[in-house]
Design a protein around this ligand. Structure first.
Ligand code: SAM
Length: 218
């Protein structure tokens, strides 16, 4: 395989600086910060753009999609309160960076991507890096029923509404994190399933995601 995976002091130092920056921006969960310090984000970039990998910015990964901004990844990860062994469903694998963060947090990850090119890349790159989630290719706006229920669900693309079908795939006590809004901006929504038919919903900060496209989406 032609991947060039070099992780030297320069990249490790840049990751440390990124962690410091995320702290100043309000990320305080030490497990999340440790995961950010561990996952080599430059591996998800073409070598020409390695100098962009530890800036706190989203970046194009091809097929009209982006690797999420580190702050956004840290913010969503913090909201999930991942515990070791949690079964986590991730909608929108993209580059696979968020997937690696979830795995570093000790989750068993079920991740789905609708774009075949991105899926084909992550099924090679992540195992090569030593990360082994359960990969799926298809429309994740309906969740993945056959592996439900999940302790946590994270959606990494902007949805027009909260898909009901996914709420039913959450365990009681489970947490669902999803950006909801229009094409321009979305509010980060956290939903906790407190009972069979009871859900607590909190709306948080505003973000800008690429759209969630599918049956229960745009
Ligand atoms: N967290 C990812 C990362 O760090 O690379 C970023 C993902 S990107 C912002 C959102 C991804 O969701 C895109 O790769 C897009 O193709 C995917 N997506 C959009 N709608 C989807 C759907 N219905 N099912 C699965 N993936 C979807």
């Amino acid at each position: 395989m032609a991947y060039k995976f070099v992780d030297n002091y320069r990249e490790k130092g840049a990751r440390k600086q990124l962690v410091q920056l995320l702290k100043t921006r309000g990320i305080s969960d030490q497990n999340v910060l440790n995961a950010i310090a561990k996952v080599p984000r430059h591996f998800f970039f073409d070598e020409t753009f390695w100098n962009q990998a530890y800036k706190d910015i989203a970046f194009p990964i091809g097929d009209g999609q982006t690797i999420s901004q580190p702050y956004t990844v840290a913010y969503q990860s913090e909201l999930l309160h991942v515990k070791k062994g949690d079964k986590v469903l991730e909608i929108g694998t993209g580059s696979g960076y968020q997937t690696c963060i979830l795995l570093e947090l000790g989750a068993q990850v079920y991740t789905i991507e609708r774009q075949e090119n991105l899926y084909n890349r992550t099924i090679q790159v992540l195992p090569y890096m030593g990360y082994k989630p359960h990969f799926f290719c298809g429309d994740g706006s309906k969740g993945i029923e056959q592996h439900a229920p999940y302790d946590k669900i994270i959606v990494t693309a902007g949805a027009p509404f909260v898909p009901e079908i996914m709420l039913k795939q959450l365990k009681i006590g489970g947490i669902f994190v999803i950006p909801v809004g229009d094409e321009k901006e979305q509010k980060m929504v956290t939903i906790i399933r407190v009972g069979e038919n009871d859900f607590d919903r909190i709306e948080l900060d505003t973000f800008r995601f690429v759209p969630l496209v599918g049956d229960q989406a745009w």
